[in-house]
Structures are given as C-alpha cells and as structure tokens.
Write a protein of this length. Structure first.
Length: 312
C-alpha cells in the first residue's frame, strides 16, 4: 500500500461533519479507489468544544499552521465566505497542497487568483461541490464536453428559492408564508438574504459561465434579481398561461452584431417556464441544470443541490 494521502479539513459545520463521516465510513473503498489510505491529518475549527463527536486530537484553532504542515497533502475547505478562506487556500497552494473547496462566493469573486496560484505551484484546484451540491456538473462541462461548443447553460441552482416557489405553487401561499415554512423545515437560513435575493445563484452562475465559455466571469458581472417580489397572484397567472415560475441562472453566448465580437450574458431572475420544459417539474429543494451544446444537443443534470451529505 502506498503512503497515506493526508487531508486537512477547514471547517466542521454541516458539510464538514459529513466529510469527516464519509472519510471514516468509506475508508476501505476510498483506499481501493485512490490506491492509498486517505487519512484526516487535522480539522481547523473556531470552537473545539462544539464538536464532541469528532476525535479531539484532530481539532485545532490554528488553521494557518494546519495548512502549512509538511504531512498534509490535500486541503479541503468548507468554511465559506471570502476571508480567511482565500488567505488560507493561497497559503496551502503555495505550500504545495492541492485544494478542494465548496466555496462558491470565493470562486465567483476571485477564482482566477486561486487558479493561477495552483497552476504556478503545480497543484490541483477542484470545486465540484461549489455548484449544485452532489450533482456532477462542473467536471462534465470542463472535461466531458471539452470537444464541444456549449452555447447555453440554464438551471435551478438554489434549493431554498425553489422550495419556496414550489410551496407557493402547490398551496397558493404567499411569499412570506412559504419562506416561514422553508425556515421551519431547515431549507432556509435564519438570514435568507443570499438565497432569496439571488446572490447565491449569481455566484454559481459566474462559476458556470467561466467554465462553459472559457472566460472570466465574476458575481459582479451577473444581473441579479431575487424572488421577494413574486406573489401568489404571479404564480396563479403563470399557471393560467401554462407556465411555472422558477429562479433561473442563465448563462449564454450572445452573437456579435455589426462586426462586434461574441459576448457572454449571465443573469439570475424569476422566469416563467412552459410546463412542458423539464425544468418546470423540478420541485422542492432539488436542483437541475439544462445544458445546450452544438454537438451534444440538450443535456439535463438533476439531483440533490444542497445539504451536508450531498455536498460532502
């Protein structure tokens, strides 16, 4: 058996706890697939006493020291936010560690810096979990369709808003009541701003557009409109027209005119979708992304788009 692959984990919340569980429960399968044991070297947290179910000898409050350790091969980041995640990941990359992150906000704002640092250091930067949870989406866009020309990517990439809109359509409830139900069931955070105002979906749209169209798109480039203004009357009117309302992230190539070069459009907004379209039937907290390409035609990726276990 080869030398173990040693993993440093940054963060041990909902997703991080599931990463720990999977590394332990699936140790034998992972070793067989990787060709070497995959072991936890340490876990950086702010309050060790809040993680009684984790081996205490693994916990540390010094994240910078953990990512710099010589026995660490891979750094997995599930802290979220811009800082200190960006500084820690750049430190890890410069120290020769490959990085796996679920941090959509950081990638949408400064993914180019991380990618350039990883190229310079000769290490890997992977972020499949940053968009659509467990759905294998980014790797197919980047690798499986590398020989094709993707023209459009459109989808439901935020489970909270999809649950709210689905609840409004099913019961006739207003936005406030549907949000309250989503919060009660744990689908919405105590502060749902990032979800309901579209910022979460905009970060994911930036990542999708960057990969699909081989260009740098940040969250600031994405037109963003949330669902706060969607009413029960809007839902009913859409149904009367044979449509469903979904918060969509839409990224597409825009042909140039008058000699102007082709451009890229990325936007997030509540859209009416004909009920015959596959995305219209995606309900509750599920995600689905529709991809259109010249050779492959139309593809749809569907599944669990959030949650501890799917993201882990």
């Amino acid at each position: 058996m080869n030398r173990p692959v040693r993993v440093a984990l940054l963060g041990c919340g909902t997703v991080g706890t599931e990463v720990v569980r999977l590394l332990e429960d699936q140790a034998a399968d992972l070793a067989a697939r990787v060709g070497a044991p995959v072991e936890l070297a340490g876990i950086a947290v702010r309050r060790p006493h809040r993680h009684p179910g984790v081996r205490q000898e693994l916990l540390t409050t010094d994240a910078a020291a953990l990512v710099a350790r010589e026995d660490v091969d891979v750094v997995v980041e599930v802290v979220g936010g811009i800082e200190p995640a960006r500084t820690l990941l750049l430190q890890a990359i410069k120290a020769g560690k490959s990085v796996v992150t679920a941090n959509k906000a950081l990638l949408a704002e400064d993914g180019a810096t991380l990618a350039e640092a990883a190229d310079a250091a000769g290490v890997d930067l992977y972020y499949e979990a940053s968009v659509a949870g467990a759905i294998p989406l980014l790797r197919p866009l980047r690798e499986s369709l590398a020989g094709d020309r993707i023209t459009r990517v459109a989808g439901i990439v935020n489970g909270t808003t999809n649950f709210i809109l689905s609840a409004m359509a099913a019961s006739g409830a207003g936005y406030a009541d549907a949000l309250a139900e989503a919060t009660r069931l744990g689908y919405a955070e105590a502060d749902p701003t990032a979800d309901v105002d579209g910022y979460d979906a905009a970060s994911k749209a930036a990542i999708l557009a960057t990969i699909a169209f081989h260009t740098r798109v940040t969250a600031a480039d994405v037109h963003c409109e949330g669902i706060r203004r969607v009413t029960a009357a809007d839902i009913a009117a859409a149904e009367g027209l044979g449509c469903a309302i979904k918060l969509l992230a839409i990224c597409e190539r825009v042909p140039g005119s008058g000699g102007a070069p082709e451009s890229v459009s990325a936007r997030v907004y509540p859209a009416m979708i004909p009920l015959a379209h596959p995305l219209a039937s995606v309900d509750e907290a599920f995600n689905a992304v529709f991809v259109e390409a010249d050779a492959a035609g139309q593809l749809m990726f569907y599944g669990q788009g959030a949650g501890g276990a799917p993201t882990a």
